[in-house]
Write a protein of this length. Structure first.
Length: 135
């Protein structure tokens, strides 16, 4: 299983992003099932559409939201399923500067056993038990 981070999805949906090509290649591998099913947390969805709205405008944000919500390859995880654990992880972190959403991603990834996270946020590399993609 691989948890998708906002930085990865924004890069994928924004052709102007410096990481767009890398994100497109990684998305091919994810949709091919290389690391098992992909997971989209509700918190990540909220961040992605908001960032795309600000950076690229409403049409891009709406298009991305439709793609994400209709993707059969994604397991959508409502925030309520991990809210209290994410709060705990966020409050107790040491040696990292994870946002609340990133703390939620770390919680979900660590529950999966494999711990894969598709991200361009180097902060995840400091979290034990998480494997960052691309490597």
């Amino acid at each position: 299983m691989v948890v998708l981070d906002s930085s990865f999805l924004v890069a994928y949906h924004n052709a102007r992003d410096v990481h767009h090509e890398s994100a497109a290649h990684l998305m091919e591998e994810i949709t091919a099932g290389r690391w098992g099913p992909a997971v989209l947390l509700e918190y990540v969805f909220l961040e992605v559409v908001t960032v795309l709205l600000v950076r690229r405008g409403l049409p891009t944000a709406v298009a991305a939201s439709e793609v994400l919500l209709q993707a059969r390859e994604l397991e959508f995880v409502p925030g309520a399923r991990l809210f209290l654990d994410a709060v705990d992880r966020f409050q107790r972190q040491q040696g990292t500067s994870l946002s609340f959403t990133d703390a939620a991603i770390a919680v979900w990834a660590s529950r999966s056993g494999e711990g894969f996270v598709a991200t361009f946020d180097n902060e995840f590399r400091k979290v034990r038990g998480i494997k960052v993609l691309p490597e």
